[in-house]
Write a protein that binds this ligand. Sequence first.
Ligand code: NAI
Ligand code: MG
Length: 356
Amino acid sequence: MKKHILIVPGDGIGQEVTAVGKQVLDRIAEKFNHEFTYDEALIGHVAIEATGDPLPEETLVKMRASDAILFGAVGHPKYDNDPSAKVRPEQGLLKMRKELGLYANLRPIKLFDELLEASSIKADILRGADILFFRELTGDVYFGKRERLEDGNTAYDTMIYHKYEVERIARKAFEAARTRSKKLMSVDKANVLESSRLWREVIQKLAPEYPDVEVEHQFIDAAAMLLIKDPRRFDVVVTGNLFGDILTDEASQIAGSMGMLASASVGDSTGVYEPIHGSAHDITGKGVANPLASVLSAALMLDISFGLKAESEAIIAAVDGVLKDGFRTRDIADTTTDASKILGTDAMGAELLKRL
Ligand code: NAI
Ligand code: MG
């Protein structure tokens, strides 16, 4: 199979982990006889530094011309501490999602058995947890009207959803539920928010089209509590942009670390595959970032964008193998880890390649 992949590392550890993700894609191409070609493009702080624009037109053109995108992260402490900055790295990310019509963010929470002890949640509660989140990505409070009033002391954001936005992501979630345990949980705050009442109404109206799927509605606050109380009760979850942002970070603790979680953003055109973590400036340049989220993002790309199931599973098996052999990056190591098996980013990549 011939595919053209755009590598967009972005900022901070995005650069470090995406390099490993690409090596793994390369090895897969070699092993399974595919022809992957690559190009690279700028986004975020590095793009602002080079061009003044967090998402340069050249990057967008390359994105549209590719079959899939392996993305790192955006962000720099410079902006985190300066809320008044007008041009910001995350504008690049939000614009990319909007421009490419990436309305559905899939976040599989897959727990590798070897990491049961790495989580701060008890192993007995976690064992067997396997969740697929569908987080809506192009609506909600992130895209609604916002303003700081002239007196400087008052600000607002608008939580807004249109029926079509809820419907298209709900359909994807219903379809995924069909291929899994046939259960769909929709998360909202319909007891308070009007946009959530619309959300719930749309899900309820669609449900009869999927009679084989059992729908459960939960409020976001209850869902946040249930997620750590009884994660196994979750299977496919569909929720809005803000609630999904928070719930999936919480769920990352089920998988042991942010460094283990991959995501796929799909919609109208080219899919974007990226770790859920950010640019992690506290560890940038130290060579200790966990590359497995990027590697698992590459695996999602092969499966979802290219339909290459066996190739995708080969990557997951390699990750499993590395963990079974006791290798860990710092973020997933614990007191029982053999110190000689705590690896940096590149060494972890090398162990993976050996198993592919
Ligand atoms: P973060 O996800 O970058 O880091 C949170 C914590 O997890 C840090 O202690 C970090 O060291 C650790 N961590 C994250 N990924 C790791 C990995 N692969 N291996 C080992 N440890 C890892 O979130 P934070 O610190 O809130 O934000 C840092 C910057 O990233 C900010 O500028 C923020 O705006 C940006 N950000 C970007 C995102 C994106 O591009 N999708 C998502 C979240 C934050
Ligand atoms: Mg987040």
